[in-house]
Design a protein around this ligand. Structure first.
Ligand code: ZN
Ligand code: ZN
Length: 138
């Protein structure tokens, strides 16, 4: 059972099951929402994540044309989750919000074409220039 929370603690969550995939993302949108060179996200089935507290939502358009929902704490601005209309039924949690971020292991890196030159690459994972043609298993 994984647990996490936002910076101020107004939003907490629990996760059951194991991640479908854990990915570093170097896309420009992730850089803007995080203020860092990349984000690391763990994708789970939506029903495996139980959230306590009211989240705010901001939507943006992905390069693929699908809509991305950013779910965050309105009080402290931590971004906890992302959803994508191109991948219904799954939710990606921001690994840095876990109580133990080491509990998951990144497997791939995506959008590495916009990795800043000062951002180290993770040599342990498979890298993709953009979003690989990949769908979560049913
Ligand atoms: Zn908060
Ligand atoms: Zn991204």
């Amino acid at each position: 059972m994984l647990e996490g929370r936002c910076l101020c603690g107004a939003i907490t969550y629990q996760v059951s099951g194991s991640p479908i995939i854990v990915a570093h993302c170097y896309c420009r949108d992730c850089q803007r929402v995080s203020g860092a060179g990349h984000t690391t996200g763990a994708m789970f089935r939506e029903e495996d994540i139980e959230v306590r507290g009211a989240m705010s939502e901001f939507t943006s358009r992905a390069e693929s044309g699908s809509t991305v929902s950013h779910l965050f704490c309105a009080r402290c601005s931590s971004r906890l989750f992302g959803k994508n209309t191109g991948m219904p039924g799954v939710m990606t949690l921001a690994v840095g919000t876990l109580n133990d971020p080491s509990a998951v292991t990144p497997e791939v890196a995506i959008f590495t074409r916009t990795r800043p030159r000062w951002e180290p690459a993770d040599a342990q994972v498979e890298s993709f220039d953009s979003q690989p043609a990949w769908k979560p298993p049913e």
